[in-house]
Ligand binder design. Structure first.
Ligand code: BGC
Length: 352
């Protein structure tokens, strides 16, 4: 009986203390619970080199904020495995978990309205990234944003990089000396804004710079190294002597073309140009296998995106110092990285 009384006494003290604490917490506006921010991130596919590297930067940034700001950061990262229905369910899950912000790398960029409806319903801001929804969708609400590359700028940069090399030494591109540069093009995805704009502007820039171009063929390799390798194999069978330049919408596909050239031991120094500046792409430039790449500043990409997400979660607005095109778009800067000796023949055919 005595034990029971003690138990009751302690329970009353604990409940009393808790009630006092709640009362203090409610009345005192300065009182803060340890803050926590929950961000849901869904990727069109987790094994895409570029997307994967952006995701790693987001995770690193979140850890930094945890340390410096004392905020508990919870990142829920999910792979949609190229299935739009799976991605829609992942967004449902994020909303059920109470995410403060959702970051979406759309599987099908034309299907954003379903996700936007869900987010608007629950008033949760969305940052789309890398796969840009159509502007009609993004304009539906002021809490919808896009972070991505600047494909026109990258296409122009790729074109200029090649034209510079041509001006410095036409023979490295015009291998048979017929006055024309015969090229093949590896494209990312049919409906992807980066793919369409990079192709258009790289070719247009080369033409504007006075390089006489001849397109031999082109094809979609879905941004992937192995698919590009397979396509390049077919093209080399069809045009064994003619290919002088491989234009690629990203580095992974450029590396795929280089894989083929090296495997077949092609001695003719075909120029290959990429975009992204992935570590493997930069290595290929450094070692002379790639003519050049356009480096997308991934640190700025990931850091800006994380700052936007955090600020949206905490204040409902994006940071004042991040200037957004039309109030919603952040386009990441890029710069060219070209083989050191532009006038030297590339080493695509070299076998180690
Ligand atoms: C990148 C590619 C990537 C694609 C995925 C592009 O912006 O350059 O490397 O595979 O986005 O959507």
């Amino acid at each position: 009986m005595k034990r029971y009384r003690y138990g009751l006494f302690f329970l009353t003290v604990i409940l009393g203390a808790f009630a006092l604490y709640r009362c203090f917490a409610d009345r005192c506006p300065d009182h803060k619970e340890p803050e926590s921010v929950r961000i849901g991130i869904t990727l069109y596919r987790d094994d895409d080199t570029f997307i994967n590297s952006i995701c790693r930067i987001l995770e690193t940034e979140a850890k930094k904020y945890e340390k410096t700001e004392g905020i508990r950061m919870i990142l829920d990262v999910m792979d949609a495995k190229e299935d739009q229905n799976t991605q829609n369910s992942q967004v449902d899950r994020f909303l059920a978990l109470g995410c403060d912000v959702i970051c979406v790398n759309m599987v099908d960029r034309s299907a954003a309205s379903v996700i936007i409806d869900k987010a608007m319903d629950r008033e949760v801001p969305v940052i789309f990234f890398n796969r840009e929804p159509v502007s009609e969708d993004l304009n539906r609400w002021e809490k919808l944003f896009y972070v991505g590359a600047n494909p026109k700028e990258e296409g122009v940069c790729q074109g200029n990089m090649i034209a510079d090399a041509y001006d410095a030494c036409p023979e490295i591109l015009d291998l048979n000396g017929d006055g024309k540069v015969s090229y093949v093009i590896l494209e990312g995805e049919r409906g992807h804004q980066d793919s369409l704009m990079r192709t258009e502007w790289a070719v247009q820039t080369l033409k504007n710079r006075g390089v006489d171009l001849e397109k031999l063929t082109g094809g979609i390799a879905n941004w992937q190294r192995s698919q590009a390798d397979a396509l390049m194999g077919q093209w080399l069978e069809k045009f064994p002597e003619q290919i002088e330049l491989v234009l690629s919408n990203n580095d992974d596909m450029a590396l795929g073309a280089i894989d083929t050239l090296r495997r077949l031991g092609i001695i003719r120094p075909v120029c290959v140009a990429g975009i992204d500046g992935t570590p493997a792409g930069l290595d290929a430039v450094e070692s002379g296998f790639m003519l050049g790449t356009v480096v997308i500043d991934r640190e700025t990409y990931g850091k800006t995106m994380m700052r936007m997400a955090l600020s949206l979660a905490e204040t409902g607005r994006t940071p004042e110092d991040i200037s957004l095109e039309r109030g919603a778009y952040f386009r990441c800067p890029s710069y060219p990285e070209i083989r050191k000796r532009k006038d030297e023949a590339p080493e695509t055919g070299k076998i180690e």
